[in-house]
Design a protein around this ligand. Structure first.
Ligand SMILES: NC(=O)c1ccc[n+]([C@@H]2O[C@H](COP(=O)([O-])OP(=O)(O)OC[C@H]3O[C@@H](n4cnc5c(N)ncnc54)[C@H](O)[C@@H]3O)[C@@H](O)[C@H]2O)c1
Length: 404
């Protein structure tokens, strides 16, 4: 979208300058002239400073409270091109890129300082925590957006438009509206990844109290968030989970069958023990199959569209462009800057992210209790509301000997 030159150039903070922070810096850099990361904040000063130097930021800090007021240590390599400090020195956005257990406390600190947040997934460790954050956002009137970058590739946008055009996201086709691809009937959503023992040697990985879960919460969440964005509200889930091979407290595999409010049935598989890695999502509607297969991000070339026999003319609905935006932090940051310019809610909204987190909680609740869980079942007083492991995982937690 073209923007008028009078729109403000946004100044952002990156909080947590570890692995994923570089994708945020690159995403902002991809929108040069519209936004700049001005400061990197980390508990580890060497890491914060190195990040500032690497990305040519104005400064770095170990003190989030000060950075939220626009005060930081000047970087030796800050870019001359950075915008001058405005009348209000507070940044326009804080990207929170720390481990999951710190997401809500840090986001609350930003909101209380009046600074909107772009929060890495998963937004919170539990539904109780996400509700606490929603309440602070509503009271302060400051937005929280959550990173679910797979919603922003052109293939997902096109698929969503086709599903919405026929009124297929659970609402049924409207009389007189062209039928298009028809209602979604069946879906598969598989995140089959491989993470070895070294990956889990990092102290915060594989622990309920810091990660909030295993591949359901931390890995497959990307792909089934996209499934929810395409198919609309889920209605009920039945699931199993296991700790097949890794010395973690959390699961390393989960499998769920989900019924959507619109009637579609989907399988959702989340694994970190699968040597041939793939992320795949397939939706069969009445008259076409929409499918994407990739690993950590897709382009148009990763999607296929297959009309049902006798409906070959529907192929004209699926026009791909290899140069179209991929699913990436950069695509989401572009959409977020558009929303800021338009004074619209920042995508993906916390309320939308809550729906995805509710499915995570329901998968664990079903897997650990053997019950079918319906949307809305998990609220205050339910054991899976304050903790994703609720009544406790049915496998023993790893012992010191396991780690010896
Ligand atoms: N969207 C994606 O595709 C994607 C990919 C990878 C990771 N992530 C998410 O990004 C987050 C971070 O993951 P990572 O792999 O970059 O972790 P990491 O361990 O590499 O980096 C985390 C950084 O945060 C710093 N930190 C921790 N607590 C802090 C605090 N209270 N204040 C300031 N700094 C603090 C640490 O010192 C470290 O530098 C996680 O929530 C993860 O799930 C998202």
């Amino acid at each position: 979208m073209s923007r008028t030159p009078t729109l403000p150039r946004r100044r952002t903070l990156v909080v947590g300058t570890g692995g994923i922070a570089g994708a945020h810096a690159a995403a902002v850099a991809a929108h040069a002239g519209r936004a700049d990361v001005v400061c990197g904040v980390d508990l580890d000063p060497a890491r914060a400073e190195a990040f500032a130097v690497q990305h040519g930021l104005a400064g770095w800090s170990t003190d989030l409270a000060a950075a939220l007021q626009g005060t930081w240590t000047a970087s030796t390599t800050g870019t001359d091109d950075a915008p001058s400090t405005p009348v209000d020195p507070r940044p326009d956005l804080a990207h929170i890129c720390t481990p999951p257990g710190s997401h809500v406390p840090l986001a609350v600190q930003c909101l209380e300082a009046g600074v909107p947040v772009l929060l890495e997934k998963p937004p919170a460790l539990s539904l109780a925590e996400v509700d606490e954050l929603l309440a602070v956002s509503q009271r302060t009137g400051v937005d929280v957006a959550v990173v679910f970058q797979h919603r922003f590739g052109s293939g997902a946008l096109r698929a969503r438009a086709l599903l919405e055009a026929a009124g297929t996201r659970g609402l049924g086709e409207e009389p007189g509206v062209p039928t298009g691809i028809g209602r979604p009937l069946v879906a598969t959503c598989h995140t089959l990844w491989y993470r070895d023992a070294d990956y889990f040697a990092v102290p915060w990985r594989g622990r309920w109290e810091i990660e909030g879960g295993g591949p359901t919460m931390g890995h497959g969440i990307h792909q089934f968030d996209l499934l929810l964005a395409l198919l609309g509200p889920w209605a009920e889930v039945t699931a199993m989970a296991g700790r097949q091979a890794r010395d973690t407290a959390t699961e390393d595999v989960s499998m769920a069958v989900v019924r959507f409010a619109g009637g579609a049935l989907a399988t959702v598989v989340n694994s970190v023990v699968s040597p041939r890695q793939t992320s795949s999502l397939r939706i069969d509607t009445e008259r076409a199959t929409l499918e994407v297969e990739h690993l950590y991000g897709y382009g148009d070339e990763d999607w296929t569209f297959t009309p049902a026999p006798g409906h070959e003319d529907l192929a004209a609905l699926w026009i791909t462009d290899p140069a179209a935006p991929r699913s990436s932090h950069s695509s989401q940051v572009g959409a977020l800057l558009d929303a800021m310019d338009d004074d619209a809610p920042l995508p993906v909204t916390l309320a939308e992210a809550r729906d995805t987190l509710e499915l995570v909680a329901a998968i664990y609740a079903s897997a650990f209790t053997g019950q079918v869980v319906r949307r809305g079942d998990i609220g205050p007083g339910h054991p899976f509301y304050p903790r994703m492991d609720g009544t406790g995982a049915p496998w023993a937690a790893p012992t010191e000997e396991d780690h010896a």
